[in-house]
Design a protein around this ligand. Structure first.
Ligand code: NDP
Length: 245
């Protein structure tokens, strides 16, 4: 909904990924003036459309729309972003079909790099519902010892310096400096911060961090493309689930 420039980029990348792997995608570009009722009616129509396997509403929505009501309106079996409370709850228990795309992408990067999470000190900076919290649960399911940090955390650098695996999801450009990282740590930078019209940087100061860390993800690149890939994976899963509905 509306004209958010970042949302437009994200939607375009998702559509391109669908096209690339052969998933039909339908875009409903709604004007800012759309009411919550109209938006939810559209979601309900898509919930009942058997040719649609997955639904996502690109966030943020304009202020007059209640984000929670929109998320709750999506059929949990078509909730490919995994934001519906049913899917959130299932992530807590470890019995889930869909995982929020960004934390899922981080786990895929860790797994594919042959990094064993079990027993490791994992520090997640950020506790949002979309990234920080589910990220922490996924690391916990892999037997990491997880510390979640946020804006009220005291002595943050002390916590981050203890991390074998450090995930930064703060939303502040270059927030984590090299001297906040344990030598040899794995550093995953979720942040996407636009500091100039064509300049994106992460939450980690790459230059000072890259020689301290054993492995580090870049921004742009790194986690961003993985998020889109995991959306495709969730959509495929949704197609399988809805086929047997
Ligand atoms: P939110 O703004 O929802 O959450 C940010 C978190 O950082 C909050 O929990 C906040 O704490 C914490 N925080 C803020 N300031 C500090 C501080 N000084 N010290 C420690 N913690 C702090 O952001 P998101 O989780 O949605 O996104 C985080 C970043 O990841 C953003 O840059 C976003 O653009 C990016 N992102 C990237 C994606 C990708 O595909 N790569 C996908 C989604 C997001 P508190 O809770 O106390 O306020």
């Amino acid at each position: 909904m509306g004209e958010d420039p970042a949302s437009q980029v994200y939607v375009r990348n998702k559509k391109l990924a669908c096209e690339y792997i052969g998933i039909n995608s339908f875009e409903y570009l709604l004007p800012e003036s759309t009411t919550q009722k109209e938006l939810i009616e559209l979601i309900e129509k898509l919930n009942n459309d058997d040719t649609v396997s997955g639904i996502l509403c690109q966030l943020p929505v304009p202020e007059h729309i209640n984000e929670e009501a929109v998320i709750n309106a999506i059929d949990p079996k078509k909730d490919v972003d995994a934001f519906h409370p049913v899917n959130v709850g299932r992530i807590m228990t470890g019995n889930y079909d869909f995982v929020p795309c960004t934390p899922a992408g981080v786990m895929e990067l860790i797994n594919e790099s042959g990094i064993d999470v079990s027993g490791k000190e994992c520090v997640v900076v950020g506790r949002s519902n979309i990234v920080g919290k589910p990220m922490s649960m996924l690391l916990l399911h892999k037997n990491g010892t997880v510390t979640i940090c946020h804006s009220k955390t005291q002595n943050l650098a002390e916590k981050t310096r203890n991390a074998d695996i450090l995930v930064a999801a703060v939303g502040i450009a270059n927030f984590i400096k090299g001297d906040m990282i344990k030598p040899g740590a794995v550093v995953i930078d979720v942040g996407i911060n636009r500091i100039a019209p064509k300049v994106l940087v992460g939450d980690v100061e790459f230059e000072s961090a890259k020689d301290v860390a054993a492995a580090i993800t870049p921004v742009p690149g790194g986690v961003g493309p993985m998020t889109v890939a995991m959306l495709m994976k969730n959509t495929l899963k949704a197609a399988e689930i809805n086929k047997t509905k």
